[in-house]
Write a protein that binds this ligand. Structure first.
Ligand code: NAD
Length: 359
């Protein structure tokens, strides 16, 4: 990252955007390290090359709360109720879009057209492929990197596991099993993280799916983006995913199971790797001897880097702005997850038939 200071504006001022977490006790610093559970504002105020210049929300009370909460660290951040006014006034370099799931598109497009250099959009990228494609097209034409905060992609263990698979440690990857539990195991709000993790490892295009929604959602043919506070506005789902490279996936999302059941198992022709999808580790690697059928087991413990979590998300975005290249969580990658989730809805509508994902 260069010495330039980047001006950042956030649209949407709820907890993921501006929450304050307590400082760690001495001698630990409130540094830019493992910021995965921190908000955007908490991360930005600790990063020397990024300046949170402005925050926008339709609800003035949230802006008042933001000003009060961050009065010491961010006294100069301006607040707006109209994001277009913020874009016009603030000469922003980076735009963060943290509005409801169905309200990302206009803000991303207007931000790119206003001249921001890079955009970080909250997950899921959108609730329809039309919206996703409009963002991807406009940002692509204007050369504005558009990254999506599927935050497990900036977790070291995810990369250690993928590197292990790429090195052939379990042979050819053929099957992925994921379970996702807890009362907020909603498909779009939270399942998007799990399905994105599946795409991260499958490294292929989704082709076909079978989807079955939670009981009581037989008429649920689209997600309206309002699942946030109300799990009943976004059902859980179970399903199968077939990728073009032949990898098969079983995804089991259930609100009725325990919260800590977010589990992934990746099976290859010679072994398997399993870990909890909070990605705090360790991951267990089992390599099988074909004759003895006795696994040789070892564990992968996540390396702790000084910059990871949301701090890595921002560091990478600035690097892509300055030097080009492709980030780990592009909008094109996030589009695959949207195809799969919409495919689950489509399949359920057809009596859980095997169906092509919408393209
Ligand atoms: N990455 C993560 O782990 C994570 C965690 C939580 C939420 N999220 C994502 O962050 C986003 C926000 O989540 P939420 O639960 O706070 O959503 P929410 O719907 O509860 O709140 C969104 C906020 O955006 C504001 N808003 C909507 N349209 C606006 C506009 N045009 N201009 C200004 N403000 C506008 C609303 O007033 C509201 O305060 C969602 O996309 C959600 O999926 C991500």
């Amino acid at each position: 990252m260069s010495d330039s200071r980047y001006r950042v504006g956030i649209v949407g001022a709820t907890w993921i955007a501006v929450r304050r977490t307590g400082p760690p006790p001495p001698p630990f610093r409130n540094d830019i390290g493992n910021a995965i559970s921190l908000s955007h504002a908490a991360t930005l105020q600790a990063m020397p090359n990024l300046e949170l210049a402005a925050v926008c929300d339709l609800i003035p009370e949230l802006l008042d709360d933001f000003k009060t909460t961050w009065a010491n660290e961010l006294p100069n951040a301006n607040t707006y109720t109209d994001y277009r006014e913020m874009l016009a006034n603030e000469n922003l370099d980076v735009l963060v879009v943290a509005t409801s799931d169905n309200r990302h598109t206009d803000i991303v497009v207007d931000g790119a057209e206003a001249g921001v250099k890079g955009i970080l959009c909250e997950k899921p990228l959108a609730t329809s492929l039309e919206d996703a494609d409009r963002m991807i097209r406009v940002c692509g034409e204007l050369g504005v990197p558009l990254h999506v905060n599927h935050n497990r992609r900036w977790n070291p263990l995810m990369h250690m596991v993928r590197d292990k698979i790429r090195s052939g440690a379990i042979g050819a990857l053929g099957s992925i099993v994921v379970s996702h539990g807890g009362p907020r195991a909603m498909l779009f709000r939270s399942g998007t993280h799990m399905i994105d993790a599946i795409c991260f490892f499958a490294e292929s295009e989704p082709a076909r799916v079978v989807g079955m929604l939670e009981d009581g959602y037989d008429d649920w043919d689209r997600y309206r983006g309002d699942g946030g506070r109300l799990p009943e506005n976004d059902p859980s789902a179970s399903g199968m995913i077939l990728f073009e490279n032949g990898i098969r996936v079983l995804y089991d999302g259930s609100k009725d199971t325990i919260l800590s059941s977010d589990f992934m198992r990746l099976r290859g022709s010679e072994g398997e790797i399993s870990f909890n999808l909070d990605a705090r580790g360790p991951a267990v690697v089992r390599k099988y001897d074909a004759d003895a059928r006795v696994p040789i087991t070892h564990t992968l413990h996540p390396v702790q880097y000084q910059v990871q979590g949301l701090a890595a998300t921002y560091t990478e975005l600035i690097d892509v702005i300055e030097n080009g290249g492709t980030g780990v969580s592009t909008a094109a990658e996030a589009r695959k997850t949207l195809q799969i989730m919409l495919g689950f809805l489509k399949s359920h509508q057809q009596g859980s038939r095997l169906t092509d994902v919408p393209s």
